[in-house]
Design a protein around this ligand. Sequence first.
Ligand code: HEM
Length: 466
Amino acid sequence: PKNFPPGPRPLPILGNLLQLDPVNPLKDLERRRYGNVFSLYIGSRPAVVLNGLEVVREALVTHAEEYAGRPTHLLISHLFESKGIVLANYGSSWRDHRRFALTTLRKFGLGKRSMEERILEEVSHICTELESSAGGSMDPQHLFHLTASNIICSLIFGERFEYDDPVILTLIQRLEELTKEAFGPWAMLYEIIPVLRPFPLPFRNILHKFNQMKEHIKKIVTKHKSSRVVGEPRDLLDCYLDQIDKTANGGSTFNDTHMVFLLLDLFMAGTDTTSNTLRSAVLHLMTNQHVQDRCYREITNILEGRADASFEDRHAMPYVQAMIHEVQRMSDTVPLGVFRTTCSDTQLHSYQLPQGTMVIPNLSSVLHEEGQWKFPHEFNPENFLNEVGEFVKPEAFLPFSAGSRVCLGEGLARMELFLVLVTLLRRFQFVWPEDGGVPDFSLIFGGTQSQKPFRLGVHLRSSERG
Ligand code: HEM
């Protein structure tokens, strides 16, 4: 289009795909040769990549409404049929469901003491798991996924799963695979060469895994319907069923199909994000004992004589706050946000973006942008502390994105990260195991990124022994 952002010359059919590293395209997307706003062809479709705080903020915050759409042509949009919240296009159904989810999560405790109790109850299960490895090491690959998924499952389905339950272990495994594969090369081929879709190629696996997860959610819904008492909701799912009843005759956007996608959305968005951040946290803490020691001193000092932490305590723990934010910055969990589209013709800097242009907000570029951070490329909580040791949050801290589609679970995620880490650090010391080899901090790219597998060395703090 006329006056479109510049970018590398595309090839027919493939566009610029061959110029992107299929394992991790983040470096290629940060190429500043064309400036902070540049275009890229994914197949025959142009997309615009936004790098750095200034343009990301200009698009997502200053022109929030104009950039609030979601693409409909991606494999992941097909899986979700553009329903639910995360991948729903900007319109009344998205608005109704976002409002419903926020109101209902609050009703079941978000922002209240009851949510803290729910989270602390779940942390006690992680403690039991870790205690059984005290003095040795364990594989934390699924531990934090189980925690995060149990917290969200208790809100939406009113139930938690035991840590060895094969149902939840399978769901978590599918979820981890999906968030990587749906952004991999096969997903790209599915999008750009539609004639390939009927063939038995690896992207059929992605569809199959997603359908398995969907079927599982449908089973939970059926079970719920039979045990439900109308008007006495136990969880978000019951509230949704009540909502369907209330609005049955009025052209409402609430129905069984949307419900399944909303539940999948909350389960998926609420699990892989928080848990990957927690796993990254223990890796950084194990390899930075001085940070762990300073957090421990702050925690024991503030919580002296008390059984549990409260989310309010964060204000009295600037160093712990700084550590958690630094973990989020380095774990870079949702590196490219969730892709947007423009809802109308719009202008960015001097460029014109027609309605329907796909926009990729490179959040990773903001979280490591030189000039925004004291130590952009290393783990250092000082990034969030001022000269007198007070906690400060730089504007470039955007792991939850920004604007009208900012992460709906930010409040829940922040509460989880704080309560889980404070409780664990008070009770355990994490150490790099002797047989752990050399720590590898590189991330496995995907819709959500994660650390490579590692072992977690666990010591019980002396104050906690017998
Ligand atoms: C550390 C944890 C988390 C991170 C880093 C994170 C990050 C993000 C990001 C970057 C987006 C895209 C926003 C945009 O398009 O601009 C998003 C959207 C979303 N997140 Fe989170 N998230 C986290 C936890 C959660 C949790 C716990 C929930 C569950 C309640 C959740 C639910 C959602 C939903 C429903 C959306 C879609 C919002 C919309 O399209 O209107 N997230 N998240």
